[in-house]
Design a binder for this molecule. Structure first.
Ligand code: NAD
Ligand code: AHE
Ligand code: ZN
Ligand code: ZN
Length: 374
């Protein structure tokens, strides 16, 4: 049977800075190469709040936010071969076409096949599948998981083990994969290394998991909210620093504590001043700092070039360097095998109607991840 337009509950961001509004929207059937997915659960990531705040140069409204989901294929468009109705899937904001220069390079996970239209809130054919009373609504990061039904390109879906609880593995759609992957793929932290991780939200705590798995000898975590340290300790962090307790630059404190600096550091906040501290707390000659946090429009990083001349390396990581279609299913398998837990991260669960509370909890520093159940 040919798929029809569906009515779907969705949290719509009508304009910058406004609370999301619960609406019944129209979701068109999937077109050529597209898939319509019934969302089962979605996490709320800081990047959703960042875009809603107006700091994202690519923010475009009205849109349906959300990019950390898990769902089930409801219908498929013409030509779709890699997934079928009933498959369990995780939406990918970093697709994997396998054909573009980036995919073929073997050097990056940043597939660019549909990046241009995705950044404009559109499907690859330049149109949107969402509307309300005839008013078009834009997609977000190619995912728009704050909707009961969403449409994605086939190349933006990872098919995962149907036994995996989507209410938990949705977190692998962004936060947990990003933090773990940055440690394991981007930095390739080795056994015995010293690590500093700035920001103990979902991303930083996942980086702690990655560093523990890599058998880092010392995992120093830094946050201005000390309530985050308890979970960090449980996940394997060894040293806890609140920069507010010091009257000198925090990089100096870390350099003193580690006989010259750490081997690896990770910025998981999106603060350009902290990015500088993260670079400068690295050891001369070899220390590497990975930027994960997303900074607002117009912001820039700076340091003395001498920091780089003397061997420190500054790099960045998107989605943990993970190729979504070929590698993400293995993260799900590793979770199923008990290598790491996801329940620790889920401090709150609620219905889509309460999504604005999820943003409040995040801004108040009271949540790690809120998971919305549909
Ligand atoms: P979060 O809000 O849950 O956590 C941020 C943490 O940083 C909080 O614990 C907060 O107390 C702490 N913090 C804030 N200011 C600080 C400061 N000056 N010094 C020390 N700690 C400070 O956010 P999250 O969901 O974990 O996301 C973290 C960042 O990562 C965001 O910028 C998000 O946009 C970005 N992100 C990037 C990627 C990627 O692929 N690169 C993926 C997901 C998220
Ligand atoms: N649109 C912003 C940048 C936002 C950004 O950096 N996004 C990360 C993922 S954050 C997930 O929570 C990312 O993967 N970026 C790579 C990409 O191609 O978007 C801007 O500054 O324009
Ligand atoms: Zn995210
Ligand atoms: Zn590609």
């Amino acid at each position: 049977m040919t798929a029809q337009t569906l009515k779907s509950k969705a949290a719509v961001a009508w304009a910058v800075g406004q609370p999301l509004s619960m609406e019944i929207v129209d979701v068109m059937p999937p077109q050529q190469g597209e898939v319509r997915v019934k969302m089962i659960a979605t996490g709320v990531c800081h990047t959703d709040a960042f875009t809603l705040s107006g700091d994202d140069p690519e923010g475009i409204f009205p849109c349906i936010l959300g990019h950390e989901g898990g769902g089930i294929v409801e219908s498929i468009g013409e030509g779709v071969t890699s997934v079928q109705v009933g498959d369990h899937v995780i939406p990918l904001y970093t697709p994997e076409c396998g054909e573009c220069k980036f995919c073929k390079s073997g050097k990056t996970n940043l597939c660019q096949k549909i990046r241009e239209t995705q950044g404009k809130g559109l499907m690859p054919d330049g149109t949107t599948r969402f509307s309300k009373d005839g008013v078009e609504i834009f997609h977000y990061m190619g995912c728009s998981t704050f909707s009961e039904y969403t449409v994605l390109p086939e190349i933006s879906l990872a098919k995962v083990n149907p036994e995996a609880p989507l209410e938990e593995v949705c977190l692998l759609g962004c936060g947990v994969t990003t933090g773990m992957g940055a440690v394991m793929n981007t930095a390739k932290v080795e056994e015995g290394a010293t690590v500093a991780i700035f920001g103990m939200g979902g991303i930083g705590l996942s980086a702690v998991i990655g560093a523990t798995m890599a058998k880092a000898s010392r995992i120093i975590v830094i946050d201005i909210n000390e309530s985050k340290f308890e979970l960090a300790r449980k996940l394997g962090a060894t040293d806890f620093i609140n920069p507010k307790n010091y009257d000198k630059p925090i990089q100096d404190v870390i350099v003193e504590l580690t006989d010259g600096g750490v081997d690896y550091s990770f910025e998981c906040i999106g603060n350009v001043n902290v990015m500088r501290s993260a670079l400068e707390c690295c050891h001369k000659g070899w220390g590497e700092s990975v930027v994960i946090g997303v900074a607002g429009a117009g912001q820039e990083i700076s340091t003395r070039p001498f920091q780089l001349v003397t061997g420190r390396v500054w790099k960045g990581s998107a989605f943990g360097g993970v190729k979504g279609r070929t590698e993400l299913p293995q993260y799900v398998e590793r979770y199923m095998a008990g290598e790491f837990k996801l329940s620790d991260f889920i401090t709150h669960t609620m219905g889509l109607e309460q999504v604005n509370e999820a943003f409040d909890l995040m801004h108040e520093g009271k949540s790690i991840r809120t998971v919305i159940h549909f």
